[in-house]
Ligand binder design. Structure first.
Ligand SMILES: Cc1cc2nc3c(=O)[nH]c(=O)nc-3n(C[C@H](O)[C@H](O)[C@H](O)COP(=O)(O)OP(=O)(O)OC[C@H]3O[C@@H](n4cnc5c(N)ncnc54)[C@H](O)[C@@H]3O)c2cc1C
Length: 298
């Protein structure tokens, strides 16, 4: 490859892809339209405070994809983390958020009888395999929660809000089961939650951006990409919103496909059926995103 790989977007997705590529010896040029890295995890300064864009935490952090990537490239020490011991959530009063099965037994929000019925659901889930959990990806979580009493439903609402920033209606049973497996210490899981010790949540992105810059690569902030240039069915470059063009034969787009397909390509490049399918992708949840590689000629 004669030119660097172009990556559009410097959120955690674009930066973790860049981190892995530069570690494998492929130089990258990242273009990010805002003035900061982090994307949806960007933080801002207000007087003497650092404010995140909504509530962010690394649940079961040692099992998280980001932590695994930092470990793979041996830079995990650059991200100083504080272990978050107690998280409270509000539901007609403050309650301690359960970080493991043991905590559920002590939950003040839920009557004892409901705690027992919750354990009957969660324990088999915690001991299932990741492969079995994947088979449940097409089953909605509501198939389980719709049969529950009011208090048990409240438990699922709280866990989904914290783990996925969403409600059970938008989460699959498989995704939920994987979260419970990651919390099971008997399956190598952990109930440790973490948060960057210095700075806001965007510290994670800053660590990756600094590593990328050290490896002969660029992170260009304040540069919006207008178009991916395609000639003779091949990507040949990108056009920035100021009209400048950059040559490359590989472009990685790190923001949702249904936006990118409609915004970055000339009409006629993708067939209508493909565009229709992309536009039908469910946009309601903040965590489930579809990333795909094109396997057929454009
Ligand atoms: C309120 C809230 C709370 C959350 N809490 C958690 C949590 O506690 N734990 C957790 O793990 N996850 C959490 N998430 C989910 C997590 O934030 C996202 O899944 C993650 O940040 C997505 O990263 P990304 O890089 O895929 O996308 P993004 O962060 O959206 O990055 C895409 C980037 O592309 C840039 N871009 C777009 N178009 C262009 C263009 N034309 N040219 C150049 N650049 C462009 C954007 O500016 C953006 O920076 C939360 C999400 C929200 C909204």
């Amino acid at each position: 490859m004669k030119n660097p790989v172009v990556i559009i977007g410097a959120g955690v997705g674009g930066l973790s892809t860049a981190t892995l590529l530069v570690n494998d010896g492929f130089p990258v040029s990242i273009y990010e339209k805002s003035e900061n890295v982090g994307g949806r995890t960007a933080s801002m300064k207000f007087r003497n405070h650092i404010l995140d864009n909504g509530f962010h935490i690394m649940p079961f952090y040692k099992k998280s994809a980001i932590y695994e990537i930092l470990k793979d490239v041996k830079i995990e020490d650059r991200l100083k983390l504080a272990i978050v011991d107690k998280i409270a959530f509000y539901d007609n009063g403050f309650h301690t958020y359960p970080k493991g099965i043991g905590d559920i037994l002590k939950m003040s929000l839920i009557p004892f009888k409901s705690r027992i019925s919750l354990l009957k659901i969660l324990l088999p889930m915690a001991f299932t395999s990741m492969e079995k959990a994947e088979e449940l990806d097409s089953v909605p979580l509501t198939q389980v929660t719709s049969k529950l009493d009011f208090h048990s439903k409240q438990f699922f609402d709280a866990v989904c809000m914290l783990a996925f920033a969403d409600s059970p209606e938008h989460i699959s049973l498989g995704e939920f089961a994987r979260t419970i497996i990651r919390a099971n210490p008997f399956k190598g899981g952990t109930s440790e939650f973490a948060y960057p010790d210095m700075g806001g949540y965007d510290r994670i992105s800053e660590v990756m951006a600094n590593y990328v810059k050290e490896q002969d690569s660029e992170v260009n902030l304040g540069h919006s990409i207008k178009k991916v240039i395609v000639q003779n069915k091949k990507v040949t470059g990108i056009e920035l919103s100021d009209g400048k063009t950059v040559e490359t034969d590989c472009v990685i787009i790190s923001y949702p496909a249904y936006h990118a397909i409609n915004q970055l390509f000339e009409p006629g490049i993708f067939d209508d059926d493909f565009i229709k399918k992309t536009n039908r992708l469910n946009k309601t949840t903040s965590v489930v995103e579809v990333h795909f590689a094109l396997s057929k000629a454009l």
